[in-house]
Design a protein around this ligand. Structure first.
Ligand SMILES: *Cc1c(COP(=O)(O)O)cnc(C)c1O
Length: 395
């Protein structure tokens, strides 16, 4: 037997964390890492937030799971909170980002099919998008590496160049149900869509009665300094997927929709055994208690601006390594002039700094939103030392 007990689908690295303390991870051999990856934009509150731990402990001891056969005071409370804070009128809870996007895709299709327009099932999606790893969500992405071995794809997706509004308009046809887009591409390399593109999609959706579906699984939940990234653009979607940060580390996602957009999602149309169970709702509520307020969001914006300014200054010292800084709030990308993955490995293995590699030779900088000045200084110490030793090693 040579296959590993853990199905070998991930190229796992040598860091083997066993404990977390605020913005640091401690490895099984005791090595301490500064965590500017946050479990890929998940651990908004860091690793040992008393509010989140307390909420989960208390709920676990009270009631963990009952199924959606019963009424859910816990789910109603969190859904109401999200409805109060966002464009949405209604919420479906899931256990992951891909499931949240799945629900969003189904909601967009059902919007048209409910009205008898059965031919309108196609979503226009964008190059280098990442929407998850289920059959529908890999079909929604143009990335061949995610398709290989899993053909045939699900029908009903048409790919257009990201940020190409004319291309999106040209792709609209009799089968179009809507657009599915990340306002800021995460895996694609922290690439924010332009204002013109996002407002153009909104206008096209309004003109042609299409659903504007946003995938805010990575950029949502206070990461950009707004509760949701579309607020940066000053527009509202019809349907939105959220996950990653919303549970602060507990597996939780949600599909949010307006009443109009959710017209096809009636009794019996969708479901999930675990989705929205009391334990998940307690985690989600604790996260929103911490982040969904103006003071916290303003701090994220402020910390993001300070890090960004220092990054801009820093990259000036290494004109051969770095091209530019992009992103919003604490969702920042350092686009490199060389491959970003070796630098990410170098920072991790030689300077105990955890970041995330992404597409377009970008290094993702995704700290917990609760970082303080000490962690920001530690980050720049490690990054500067890392860039110097990386350049020296490269000759
Ligand atoms: C991570 C991610 C997903 C998938 O979330 P999972 O929880 O891994 O299923 C979907 N969309 C975006 C934008 C993501 O970053």
């Amino acid at each position: 037997m040579s296959i590993t007990p853990l199905m070998p689908v991930y190229p796992r690295c040598g860091v083997r964390p066993v404990r977390g303390e605020h913005c640091h991870l401690i490895d099984e051999d005791g090595t301490r890492y500064l965590d500017f990856a946050s479990g890929i934009a998940v651990n908004l509150l860091g690793h040992s937030h008393p509010g989140l731990i307390g909420a989960i402990q208390q709920q676990a001891a009270t009631l963990m799971h009952v199924s959606n056969l019963y009424g859910s005071p816990q789910g109603e409370a969190l859904a109401q909170r999200l409805v109060d804070k966002t464009f949405a009128d209604t919420v479906f809870f899931t256990n992951s980002g891909a499931e949240a996007v799945e629900c969003a895709i189904k909601t967009a299709r059902a919007y048209h099919q409910h009205a008898g327009n059965t031919e309108r099932y196609e979503l226009i999606t964008f190059t280098n998008a990442f929407h998850g790893r289920t059959m529908a969500t890999i079909s929604a992405s143009n990335q061949d590496k995610m398709h290989k071995g899993f053909m045939p794809l699900l029908a009903g997706f048409k790919y257009v160049e990201f940020d190409d509004l004319a291309g999106a308009e040209a792709a609209i046809g009799p089968n179009t149900a809507g657009f599915l887009v990340e306002p800021i591409q995460g895996e694609g390399g922290i690439r924010p869509a332009s204002d013109e593109f996002m407002h153009g999609l909104r206008a096209l959706a309004d003109k042609h009665d299409l659903m504007l579906v946003l995938d805010e699984v990575q950029c949502g939940v206070a990461r950009t300094g707004k509760l949701y990234a579309h607020e940066l653009y000053g527009l509202e979607p019809d349907i939105m997927a959220t996950a990653k940060g919303i549970g602060g580390g507990f597996p939780l996602g949600a599909c949010l929709a307006t009443e109009k957009a959710a017209r096809g999602m009636g009794l019996g149309t969708h479901g999930s055994t675990y989705g929205g169970n009391p334990l998940a709702m307690a985690a989600g509520m604790a996260v929103l208690d911490a982040v969904a307020n103006d003071a916290f969001l303003a701090e994220v914006t402020d910390k993001g601006e300070r890090i960004r300014a220092r990054l801009e200054q820093f990259i000036g010292n290494y004109p051969d390594l770095f091209e530019l800084v992009r992103g919003h709030g604490l969702m920042l990308g350092l686009k490199m002039k060389v491959e970003s993955r070796p630098f990410y490995v170098h920072l991790r293995d030689n300077h105990q700094l955890l970041t995330v590699a992404a597409g377009d030779n970008t290094l993702r900088i995704l700290p917990p939103l609760v970082i303080g000045d000490a962690e920001i200084d530690e980050f720049f110490d490690k990054l500067s030392a890392g860039a110097a030793s990386f350049e020296a090693a490269a000759g």
